[in-house]
Design a protein around this ligand. Structure first.
Ligand SMILES: Cc1ncc(C[n+]2csc(CCOP(=O)(O)OP(=O)(O)O)c2C)c(N)n1
Length: 561
């Protein structure tokens, strides 16, 4: 059947289960938007910034374990969206970004907003597909989704010249390609089972690929829990995946986040086997390549990750299983636990005792503003078992990881690579995808003004997240780094911020605005925030700068102004 490329593209997106896309409109792709709006089968969410649209697509990708879709204009639009591609690439999150391009007749002339995307995006995407032939438009979409979702998931960019949308084509629609999920080899499973049976002090790190498996099959959580119990294994969720294991589970082996506190990492380092189960192993998780040490780990390492190219890229593991981590869990359960697994109870209990101590809701009051710990602990009391929590990048997030006892039914979203600005758009995407559930975004004053403008998008589409803003009047994380490296120098001038009244700012968008200035206002303020369900809420928290993170205070207060 002859039809326009725009229509074929729209049908191709539908064939890949796309029901929502995020965009900032651009003249370079109005042909596509008008076709999408005419068909009305895919909801078009118009955002305020391409990075916001990109982060929403990243969040959507994680929530569904299908590529989230963002559509951005050429040149400036794509340049704005780059940070979301960077995040999706590092975070191994499936995403398809459709990007406008100049007309084909003008290629190479440095036409208005023209860029060479294959060059520009070579280090932030898995693939850049330039669609210059109408006949290949649908095939390009099918390839983009396949590459984005397979192996190590990641972003794929599809480049669409402005003049291609109205062209007619007889090309057939390319249906979605079946998802190819690798299974483990029997020999490898035998070896793993043997290593796990022999180990006295194994440590199981659980990361993003296991989370993706759990999205596809929620039984993954129950299976993981059974494995931990029957095989007597400590389970440590990795950086920004805290919901992979219930914080109160006796087999919780401690959160393997950024800069694990000394007491915990000291004990973890006594392990005699590490199994990275669906964890890519990154700079952050490996404590800057020290645990496991790179390239030669100081302890036997088993790496389970759905992509053989990744296993062995940085570390030399003793065993690599390039497959779905859930399949490994199921296979171990089938084999049955060793009869003497209980001998490891002391090891598991030891790690768990340290974890519980770290999780204790204890903090010291601060004189220069509210200790953010008080606010996070209060939020934890209100969080529903199916709540979504997002965090932006910044030290305020350390309180979230320290004090919130995440559960497996909850959803946690954040830029794993630590890109500021992701917290609010991800909350908007979660609120749209999971209506009538709680969505809470934790933001710093820095991140809130980087991408908090997506509160306008929330209002426009009826999404009602609660934004908790820690206003310490500084880019606190950077202040901390300066202080740690150069303790005798003044640190504030390069990190100080003058902020608006965030409650008023929220009200101006039609949100509820709440201010918390002291610890005595915390309980009522947070209760009031959770009582509002019909519009977004901004909770402006005037927080301490001296309490620079959940773990650290300035001891040289004289270096503060
Ligand atoms: C897009 C981006 N720009 C800069 C940074 C570097 N950076 C990391 S944390 C941070 C400060 C965050 O400040 P704020 O949001 O106020 O939170 P706080 O650290 O004060 O809790 C900065 C600038 C980053 N990670 N991402």
């Amino acid at each position: 059947m002859t039809q326009t490329v725009a229509r074929l593209l729209a049908e191709s997106l539908e064939a890949h289960d796309v029901d929502q896309i995020y965009c900032v409109p651009g003249e370079s792709y109005v042909g596509l938007t008008s076709s999408l709006l005419e068909r009305n089968s895919i909801r078009v969410i118009v955002c305020r910034h391409e990075a916001g649209a990109g982060y929403m697509a990243v969040a959507d990708g994680r929530l569904r374990d299908r590529a989230g879709v963002a559509v951005v204009s050429r040149g400036p639009g794509l340049s704005n969206a780059m940070v979301a591609l960077h995040s999706a690439y590092h975070d191994a999150t499936p995403m398809v970004m459709l990007v406008g391009q100049v007309e084909r007749k003008d290629f190479g002339r440095l036409a208005l907003q023209e860029q060479n995307y294959s060059r520009l995006l070579s280090d932030v995407t898995k693939l850049v597909i330039e669609v210059n032939e109408p006949e290949q438009a649908s095939e390009a979409i099918a390839r983009a989704f396949h590459i984005a979702e397979s192996g190590t998931p990641g972003p794929v960019a599809v480049i669409l010249p402005e003049d291609i949308f109205d062209e007619e084509t007889d090309a057939e629609l390319n249906p979605a390609r079946p998802r190819a999920i690798a299974g483990p080899r029997t020999d490898d499973l035998d070896r793993l089972a043997g290593m796990l049976a022999k180990a006295e002090r194994p440590l199981i790190l659980v990361g993003g690929a296991m989370m993706a498996d759990a999205v596809r099959d929620p039984a993954a959580f129950a299976d993981l829990n059974r494995l931990a119990q029957e095989w007597m294994l400590p389970v440590s969720p990795t950086h920004r995946r805290p919901q992979m294991f219930d914080a109160t589970h006796p087999n919780f082996g401690g959160y393997m986040g950024i800069r694990v506190p000394p007491a915990l990492i000291g004990e973890m380092k006594k392990a005699d086997l590490m199994v990275a189960l669906g964890e890519r192993l990154t700079d952050t998780v490996s404590q800057s390549y020290t645990f496991p040490s790179a390239p030669q780990p100081q302890l036997p390492l088993v790496h389970v990750w759905p992509d053989p190219n990744e296993i062995g890229r940085v570390w030399r593991p003793d065993l690599g299983l390039p497959c779905s981590p859930h399949e490994v869990v199921k296979a171990l359960l089938k084999r049955g636990a060793p009869a003497d697994a209980k001998r490891r109870q002391g090891w598991v209990a030891g790690l768990n005792a340290i974890h519980r101590k770290l999780l204790a809701k204890e903090w010291e009051p601060t004189s220069d503003g509210v200790n953010f710990a008080a606010i996070v602990c209060e939020v934890d009391k209100h969080l529903a078992p199916d709540a979504t929590v997002t965090t932006d990048a910044g030290n305020f997030g350390s309180f979230v990881h320290r004090y919130i006892g995440f559960r497996q039914g909850q959803v946690f979203l954040s830029s794993v690579v630590g890109a500021m600005g992701s917290g609010m758009p991800m909350a908007v995407a979660a609120a749209l995808r999971r209506p009538n559930t709680q969505v809470v975004a934790f933001l710093g004053d820095g991140g809130a003004l980087m991408m908090g403008n997506e509160i306008a998008t929330a209002r426009q589409y009826g999404a009602n997240p609660v934004m908790i803003i820690s206003d310490n009047a500084m880019y606190g994380t950077i202040g901390m780094h300066s202080y740690v490296r150069y303790p005798d120098r003044p640190i504030m001038d390069g990190t100080r911020l003058t902020n608006p009244d965030f409650a008023d700012w929220g009200r101006s968008f039609g949100a509820e605005g709440i201010t918390i200035k002291s610890e005595s206002e915390v309980a009522d303020g947070i209760a009031a925030a959770f009582a509002v369900k019909t519009r977004p809420v901004v909770v402006h928290c005037l927080t301490s700068a001296i309490q620079m993170s959940a773990w650290r205070r300035y001891t040289r207060a004289d270096t503060l102004p």
